[in-house]
Structures are given as structure tokens and as C-alpha cells.
Design a protein around this ligand. Structure first.
Ligand code: GLU
Length: 616
């Protein structure tokens, strides 16, 4: 457009000169001085009316096709303006204007000259551009791939954990989490990338991803996609995209639920705490006794009874079941403080015991990678995984301890067998596989912390622009939630049901309380035993008197007497045997008296028999 205006001006000027009839050319001495050069500039003439022509041009003041044409004293156009056009095939489309007054705009600049100039970025607008390929998406400025060749992208042919990537049997297609992520990412690129997926591996064993990456540097493949961990060795050979899943190394080991012990009721408190608590019960009992015994009949009596009262009173406060009245103010004060202490101790004990008995406690001899390294037991790893090199080179584990495992079933069997039956103590593998493995196997668990931070990415040759663009696409997938949706589609499994296990533990069973019942039973037996001993001792005394008085001594008669004796109130038995003893004593006295009187008066026989007196 500018050229058109200048051409128009030039024609006007020429016309003006021609009208004056004064067009002449002459040699320039400066050009003549350049003689000898290969350009032969000395042969050129210069136009003598040049200055005049320039002045004429600068004096132009007219309205052209695009508006006013006028120059300022510096020779610059006043308000130069251009149309901005979008060339589409053979056609054009105006998408806006540019002027040095208002910059870019979608309205003609002439309409803006009357307004104050506005160069703010929000006012710099153009209509949308239609780019080659009839797309409104801004192109990157390069075309991929060159020469119309398809990209050869290698995909590991996995034989286990096929949810991540595997070849669809009987086809040349691939499916899995990694494939879906790749497809979604490549669809986000602003240009088409023709590619061909090529299986890598023998289909029997899991292939080595490090070897696959090496084949990219060797030029066998243009890229590799799949469950390829981004690790130092590999980043030295190829460029990786941003990781699309986190997957560090973890240790998996068999776990057992720890059964609560029979003495779990002792666990809430330490030995020291139990001792101090018991000591305080006695101290408080003694203090209350000192404060009460001069005033309170409940705390008086024979020393033995008072000692029992002290112990009974203080220990019954544990259950707030003390019956003895406290009547002194100081006694009540001490008791109030003590009852508050007991309340806190009691509730802490209850809470602690509840958590000990109900929280599921998991136990494994392997506690993490440190205890695994220090043990001498075999360790499983996934066939083809970088984990083997990591365990040997970074953690210094001897190769003879490492056992290659292929399928998840192999993991489970080796872990179940354990190190003593040809299995392994633990398996070291990436978290992504292990989460899948554990989803259906509650008898195993990740122990300790994840000890490496890795992720999986797609591998491209060094400086490949595709690695950068796919990274951006992966970040976009992650931000818009598509990555999570793909994850859930392939890898969300119903986690092993902890709910059922927990319910089982919540129901307290006899196992946790047999210690208490045993104690109570022993106390009962002991008390019964003492009671029987006392009863037998009393009975032997009582029976000797009965036999002496009644003369019955058969076994059945003795058993009958014992049973009726056991049924009687102790107080009654005691008072009766006391009476018997007195009667016996008086009978003996009488007999002795009678015998001495017989000896004195042998002719006169006695009037009454001792039995008659007894029966009376
Ligand atoms: N994610 C593993 C690695 O990057 C591959 C595991 C396998 O294919 O066995 O080494």
C-alpha cells in the first residue's frame, strides 16, 4: 500500500519535471574516482534534478486511496497507516490496521485521529488470523517430521502389569495407561505427528528399558513410550518429557496383625506409673486415716481392722465405691483432690486401653530399606527394572541376594514362602506396580518410606523439540484433570478391604482379657481354699464335741453333720460350741464330784446319769 502511494507520488513528480523540460544527467567525480573496480561505477551518471524532485515530493499534500498523504519537515509521512491482511490460499482478508498514531486496531486509523492516542496493550487488537491448515491455532513455525516419514516409536511389550502398557493380542495395537497418556498428549500438540508404534521385547520377558533407551541413541527408534523411569543413566542418553506419573522405589513385605496380648490391660501405664499410682493409693489412705481416726468411728477399732480399713478405703476410691464416711474438713479436702486425680487417671487408662485394643497394629520383621540392607535375606525385584542396578550399585547389596520376579503371582509366592523356604524377605519395586499388586493382597504391605523419587516419562533423542512440546502437553493434561481420569480408568482398583479387618479388631474378645479372669479366678479359689480350711478347722473342733456328746461316729452321719454345719451361720456355730464346751466342763466337774463322793460313800449309788443331765 505504501509502495503504491510512493509510486503515485513519483509519477506526479516526474510529470512535474517533464513539464519543466529540464532533465539532465552528469558524471560524478566521486564515482569516477572508483575506476578500476569490477562494478565499473565510473560508468554511472547521476540525475541532476534529484534535489528538486525530493523537494517536490515532500511538498505533496493530497488525499490518496488510503487517506491523506503529507510529509513533515523531517521527511516522514504524517499519520502513515497500513492495512493488515491475512492471506488465505489465493485470497486475502483484512484483519485490522496499523498506524503510527494508534498502533494496531480493528477500526480504520482515521477514526482514531480525533481521539487521544492510546497505545495500551488492551487497545492493540486485530481480528483472528486463519493459519494454514484452516486453523485458528498459532503454528510453531516448523513441521514435524521431515520428509513425511513416520516416527518410529518403540513400546515395551510387557508381560506383567499389562495395565500400564501391552500389545493387544493378535493386533499391532497397544493399550494401557501409558499409551492413553501419550495419545492424549500428542493430540494436544498444535501440529500433527505421524507415528508408528513398534513393539520392543520378546513377549515372554519384560524388556529392559535402559536397553530400549540406548537403541534411541543408536538411531534404531525415534522415541520410546511406556513405563520408562527417568533415571540418571538414561537422561545422559536421551531427553525425557516431564514425568506423567510418580513412581519411586518402595519395599513390600508380608505383614501380620499383632494380636493384643492377655496382659494388654497393663499396657496403658508404664511400670513406674503403676508403682507410683499404687503408692499414692496407700499414702492417701494413710493420710485420710490420720485425719479421721480421732473423730470417726469408721476409722477406729483394733489395729488389724484399721489397717484393712485404710487399704479398702483407698483402693475402693479407684471405682468411687468407698463407703466409709469422711467427716473432717481436711479429710474431705484431701479426698476431693484425690478423687479428681483418680478421675483423670481412670479416664486416661480407659482411653489408652481402648486405643491399644482397637487400633489395628501391623507387624513385619522388615521395617524398611535399612533393615532390608542389614539383613542377609534374599530380595525380589522386577525383571527388567532399573531397581536391580540401583540395589547393587547405589545400595551395595550383593547380587547373590537378588531374585528376579516376573509376574505379580511370583511376587506373592516368593513373599509367602519367605527367606527360609526359598522365597524372599521383601520385594523392591516401583510404587506404581506395587499399588496395583497390593490392591488385591492385604497380607502384604509397603513397609518404611519410599526411598527414591522417580517418575515415568517418554524418551526422545537429545534436543528433540517433541520432548519439550509433549512436556507442555503433559502439564496441560495434569492441570485439566485428564491425567487423573486416565489413571483412574486403568489403575483404580478397589483397595484391599481394611474395613472388614478393622471391624474384627474392634470387637474385643476373650484373648485380651484372660489375664484378668485368671487373676479373678485365682483370687476366688484362694479365698475358697482359705474359707474351707477355716471351716474344716472349726468343724473338727465342733465335731469332736458333737461326737463326744452324741456318740454317733459313722461316715454318713459325719458327712450329714458337716453339711448342716456348713449351712449354719458361723456366729451360731461358735456360740453353740461355746455352750457345749461349758456344759462339758460342768459335766466333768459333776462327774469328778460324784466319783469322789462314791469313794467316800460306796454303799449309796448315784441318782442321775450324765446323759440325763446332758439331755436336760
Ligand atoms: N519401570 C521399569 C524401568 O523403567 C520397567 C520395569 C520393567 O519393564 O520390568 O526400568
Amino acid at each position: 500500500m505504501l509502495m503504491t502511494q510512493y509510486g503515485y507520488l513519483l509519477m506526479q513528480s516526474m510529470h512535474f519535471l517533464i513539464k519543466g523540460g529540464n532533465i539532465s544527467f552528469s558524471n560524478d567525480s566521486r564515482l569516477a574516482a572508483l575506476r578500476g573496480g569490477s562494478l565499473h561505477l565510473d560508468a554511472l551518471n547521476i540525475f541532476n534534478g534529484g534535489n528538486l524532485l525530493r523537494q517536490n515530493i515532500l511538498q505533496v499534500n493530497m488525499t490518496g486511496v488510503t487517506g491523506k498523504v503529507k510529509f513533515n519537515p523531517d521527511g516522514n509521512l504524517i499519520h502513515p497507516a497500513y492495512d493488515i491482511i491475512n492471506v488465505i490460499g489465493n485470497g486475502i482478508r483484512r484483519i485490522g490496521y496499523w498506524s503510527n498514531y494508534s498502533g494496531l486496531s480493528v477500526v480504520p486509523p482515521e477514526t482514531l485521529y480525533s481521539r487521544p492516542p492510546n497505545r495500551s496493550s488492551s487497545s492493540q487488537k486485530l481480528h483472528g488470523v486463519i493459519w494454514p491448515g484452516q486453523t485458528a491455532q498459532k503454528p510453531r513455525g516448523w513441521v514435524y517430521p521431515e520428509n513425511g516419514r513416520h516416527l518410529r516409536i518403540a513400546v515395551p511389550s510387557r508381560v506383567s502389569y499389562c495395565e500400564f502398557v501391552s500389545q493387544v493380542p493378535g493386533t499391532d495395537k497397544f493399550a494401557g495407561y501409558c499409551i492413553d497418556v501419550f495419545t492424549a498428549a500428542i493430540n494436544l500438540l498444535p501440529y500433527a505427528v505421524p507415528y508408528k508404534l513398534i513393539p520392543y521385547g520378546d513377549g515372554v520377558n519384560n524388556p529392559s528399558c535402559t536397553e530400549l533407551v540406548r537403541l534411541i541413541t543408536a538411531g534404531v527408534y525415534d522415541a520410546a513410550i511406556g513405563d520408562i523411569a527417568i533415571i540418571t543413566n538414561r537422561t545422559k542418553m536421551v531427553d525425557f518429557t516431564q514425568p506423567y506419573i510418580e513412581s519411586g522405589l518402595v519395599v513390600v513385605a508380608p505383614v501380620k496383625k499383632r494380636n493384643s496380648s492377655a496382659w494388654a490391660f497393663l499396657q496403658p501405664f508404664t511400670g513406674q506409673m503403676w508403682s507410683v499410682t499404687a503408692l499414692f493409693f496407700i499414702i492417701v489412705g494413710a493420710v485420710v486415716w490420720i485425719l479421721e481416726h480421732r473423730l470417726n468411728d469408721d476409722f477406729r477399732g483394733p489395729p488389724r481392722r484399721q489397717l484393712i480399713t485404710i487399704l479398702w478405703f483407698s483402693f475402693s476410691t479407684w471405682f468411687f465405691a468407698h463407703r466409709e464416711n469422711t467427716i473432717s474438713t481436711l479429710g474431705r479436702f484431701v479426698l476431693f483432690i484425690w478423687l479428681f486425680v483418680v478421675l483423670i487417671i481412670n479416664s486416661s487408662y480407659t482411653a489408652s486401653l481402648t486405643s491399644i485394643l482397637t487400633v489395628q497394629q501391623i507387624f513385619s520383621p522388615i521395617e524398611g530399606i535399612e533393615s532390608l540392607i542389614s539383613s542377609k535375606d534374599p530380595i525380589g525385584y522386577q525383571q527388567g527394572s532399573f531397581a536391580r542396578d540401583y540395589l547393587v550399585n547405589e545400595l551395595g547389596i550383593h547380587e547373590s541376594r537378588l531374585v528376579s520376579l516376573k509376574m505379580p503371582e511370583d511376587y506373592a509366592k516368593a513373599l509367602k514362602d519367605g527367606p527360609h523356604r526359598g522365597g524372599v524377605a521383601a520385594v523392591v519395586d516401583e510404587r506404581a506396580y506395587i499399588e496395583l499388586f497390593l490392591s488385591a493382597r492385604c497380607e502384604f504391605s509397603i513397609v518404611g518410606q519410599q526411598f527414591t523419587k522417580n517418575g515415568w516419562g517418554f524418551a526422545f533423542p537429545r534436543d528433540s523439540p517433541l520432548a519439550v512440546d509433549l512436556s507442555t502437553a503433559i502439564l496441560k493434561l495434569s492441570e485439566n484433570g485428564d491425567l487423573q481420569r486416565i489413571h483412574d480408568k486403568w489403575l483404580m482398583r478397589s483397595a484391599c478391604s481394611l474395613q472388614g479387618t478393622k471391624l474384627e479388631v474392634d470387637r474385643l474378645d476373650l484373648k485380651s482379657f484372660w489375664g484378668l479372669y485368671l487373676m479373678c479366678g485365682i483370687a476366688c479359689l484362694f479365698a475358697l481354699f482359705i474359707n474351707v480350711l477355716q471351716m474344716v478347722r472349726q468343724f473338727s473342733q465342733y465335731n469332736s464335741l458333737e461326737v463326744a456328746s452324741s456318740g454317733r461316729s459313722s461316715t454318713s452321719a459325719r458327712l450329714q453333720t458337716f453339711l448342716s454345719f456348713a449351712d449354719e451361720k458361723e456366729q451360731e456355730v461358735k456360740s453353740r460350741s461355746k455352750r457345749r464346751r461349758l456344759e462339758m466342763a460342768s459335766y466333768r466337774n459333776e462327774t469328778m464330784d460324784g466319783y469322789s463322793s462314791k469313794r467316800q460313800d460306796i454303799e449309796s449309788p448315784p441318782d442321775e446319769s450324765p446323759h440325763a443331765s446332758n439331755e436336760a
